[in-house]
Write a protein that binds this ligand. Sequence first.
Ligand code: AMP
Length: 192
Amino acid sequence: MLNVVIFGAPGSGKGTQSERLIDEYGLHHISTGEVLRDHISRGTELGHIADSYISKGQLIPDDLMVKVLAAVLDENPEKTAGGVIFDGFPRTVPQAEALKKMLADRGTKVHAVVGLEVPEDELVRRMLQRGKDTGRADDNLDTITNRLKVYHSQTSPLREYYINEGKYHAIDGSGEVDRIFNDIKSRLDGAK
Ligand code: AMP
C-alpha cells in the first residue's frame, strides 16, 4: 500500500501527474477540487458553499474540508485499501494534521509527498491555457492571482511541515510531462 500526497501550487501539474501515477501504481485518486466541482455541477448544498469560495480563489474552511475528505474515504473503503493519491489535500497545516489522524485511525499513514516545484510565470501560463482549453471557471487572471497568494500564505508552509516529517520529495515540475513523471517514479520507487 502506498499513500501519496501530490503537492504543489495551482497549475503545477498535480492532476496530470496523478493520472499517470494511478495507471502506474493502481492508486485510488482523490482530488478534493474535483469532488467540490462535482458538487457545484450537481447543485448540492455543499456545492453552493464551495462555489462561494472557489470563485474568489479562497480555500474552503478546514473543518468543512476535513469532513468532506472523511466522507470520501469512508464511501470507498475497498477502493482506498490499496493506496490513495491525495491531490489538492492537504492545503493547510491543520488539514495535514487532520489527514495524519484520519489515516492513523484507519491503520495507515502518508508514505510520501511529491512536491511539484514550478516557477510562478509558468504556473500562470498553464492555468490561463487550461482556462481556454477546458472552460474551468476559476482559471481566469483575477482568481489565479488570488489562488497564488493563498497558496503562498496558507499552503506553502506544508513544504516545511513534510520536510520535517522526512516525507517530502522535491520534483522539478517544469517542462516535459514524461520527464517529470519519470523523476516522480524513481523517487517513489526509492521511498517504498
Ligand atoms: P484544485 O482543483 O485542487 O485546484 O482546487 C480548486 C479549488 O477548490 C481551490 O482553489 C479551493 O478553493 C478549493 N479546494 C480544493 N481542495 C481544497 C482543500 N483541501 N482545502 C480548501 N479548499 C480546497
